[in-house]
Design a binder for this molecule. Structure first.
Ligand SMILES: Nc1ncnc2c1ncn2[C@@H]1O[C@H](COP(=O)(O)OP(=O)(O)OP(=O)(O)O)[C@@H](O)[C@H]1O
Ligand SMILES: [Mg+2]
Length: 435
């Protein structure tokens, strides 16, 4: 017979061996590095100009970064940093290549959420992050999922659980409790508010002293940062329930929103949240911090079914918040009930030749109307999980696979990204300045 003690002993054993096992099963070639992009990709796929115009610019301006020429080919290959320098320095028909961004506003935030497992959330988050970075945006991704798929896919491995969303939530509890305790008490009624005490086990974590940037790590992409996750962050659901009990007035669901508000407005352009397949403290924080809600769903009937229950449960959870926190919610930047500036359903793993998929897509449109993305993401072999992490079609060198497969996959993600971008830009314009 096995009890919790046996489980704990097995876990202790596993933790002791973790570093060793990782070294045994992980070779340096699995380390993520970002490839270079060919002049064909940079001109036609990234800047959307023709190759001869692009070449002409180089001939005319020796100060532009020239990339590298590979032995076998005539093409130049550029790093993302060089691409961004080109974007800053080049004008095409007197038009800047810099991406659109409303001046002075903070970054726009999108949560990619659905409690259906395997709906394509992490794949969508990864591709939208990469596409946006290639489009010239500075991106922050927040991995809310202890499965840490996005974290691994972004090339991070040794993540300590304090520096994840869990740490952000615990740090917020400390800050909010201190703020509430410091607020003037003994209102006119004479009723003093209770002093909230946090146990040493929470205070001694030292999270209260961490700076905002302590949670942010660089990735292999120079313009993408991440707040990573790790398997040990799974207990955040238990811990958060306990924290709520310690301070029932604490608006636990707004912790990440408050955290992101502390970033400077121009630190990033787009912030993307990859959510776990569950409605809990982490996904409520993601949803609450989001301006735009993106709901990926596969093309099967059961996926439609669980997407329907997802929005039902989300509606209930958001309604509970707006009732439970009425009056105790600090005025200012956050308001209840939570309102998204926009929301979209995005069909993933779609096969245009499959009649059932087409029928399902039409059903989605009938039911969810204009909130359904016009460009579903097609099923492709180009993004299948390779080993421990997902690689995006943008990361894969097109010379390593059938060019047609790569082109099709890239075109599908590009169309989905273009729609995502216009949704984000419209939401950004509507976003109130003080938010
Ligand atoms: N467009 C696609 N074409 C082919 N395979 C895909 C596509 N989108 C996702 N997949 C595959 O489906 C699987 C699940 O995708 P993903 O991890 O993105 O889902 P998820 O919703 O994040 O899952 P979880 O709920 O576990 O977090 C992965 O193996 C991924 O490679
Ligand atoms: Mg995922």
């Amino acid at each position: 017979m096995y009890t919790h003690e046996d489980l704990a002993a097995l876990q202790a054993q596993s933790l002791k061996m973790q570093g060793f096992i990782r070294r045994q099963t992980f070779s340096p070639e699995h380390e993520k590095t970002l490839r270079r992009f060919s002049s064909w990709e940079v001109s036609e796929l990234i800047f959307k100009i023709n190759q001869s115009t692009f070449r002409g610019r180089f001939a005319a301006d020796p100060d532009l970064p020239g990339g590298e020429v590979e032995e076998d080919g005539r093409q130049r290959w550029f790093s993302l940093t060089e691409i961004n320098e080109l974007r800053r320095k080049m004008k095409i028909n007197r038009t800047s290549l810099m991406p659109k961004r409303p001046a002075g506003k903070r970054a726009i935030r999108a949560a990619i959420s659905n409690f259906k497992g395997g709906a394509g959330k992490s794949t969508v988050a990864l591709h939208m992050a990469h596409a946006a970075a290639l489009d010239g945006y500075r991106v922050l991704v927040v991995d809310f999922d202890p499965q840490a798929t996005l974290t691994h896919s972004m090339g991070l491995h040794d993540v300590s659980e304090e520096l994840t969303v869990w740490g952000i939530i615990a740090r917020d509890l400390v800050h909010e409790t201190d703020r509430m305790n410091a607020a003037p008490r003994a209102a006119e009624s004479g009723a003093a508010l209770p002093q909230r005490r946090l146990p040493a086990s929470v205070r001694d974590l030292g999270l209260g002293d961490l700076r905002v940037t302590d949670f942010i790590r660089p990735t292999a992409w120079p313009t993408i940062d991440i707040v990573p996750s790790c398997a040990n962050a799974a207990f955040v659901e238990f811990a958060s329930a306990q924290y709520r009990h310690l301070n029932p007035d604490w608006s636990f669901f707004a912790a990440v929103s408050r955290y992101l508000d502390a970033l400077s407005n121009d630190a990033y352009d787009i912030i993307l949240f990859d959510c776990p397949p569950a409605i809990g403290y982490q996904s409520m924080n993601a949803v609450f911090a989001a301006d735009v809600l993106y709901i990926p769903s596969g093309p099967g009937y059961w996926e439609y079914d669980s997407t329907t229950s997802f929005i039902g449960q989300l509606a209930e959870a958001l309604e509970d918040l707006s009732q439970g926190f009425d009056g105790t919610f600090p005025a200012g930047k956050m308001r209840l009930p939570k309102a998204f500036i926009d929301m979209r359903f995005l069909m993933t793993r779609y096969e245009p030749g499959n009649e059932l998929h087409r029928a399902m897509y039409e059903a989605f449109c009938k039911v969810f109307g204009d909130t359904v993305c016009k460009e579903p993401i097609e099923m492709t072999r180009a993004v299948e999980q390779s080993g421990r992490f997902l690689s995006s079609v943008y990361e894969i060198d097109y010379r390593t696979m059938t060019r047609e497969t790569w082109r099709r996959a890239r075109a599908s993600f590009d169309r989905a990204y273009a729609e995502f971008r216009s949704c984000m830009l419209a939401a950004w314009d509507k976003m109130e300045d003080e938010q």
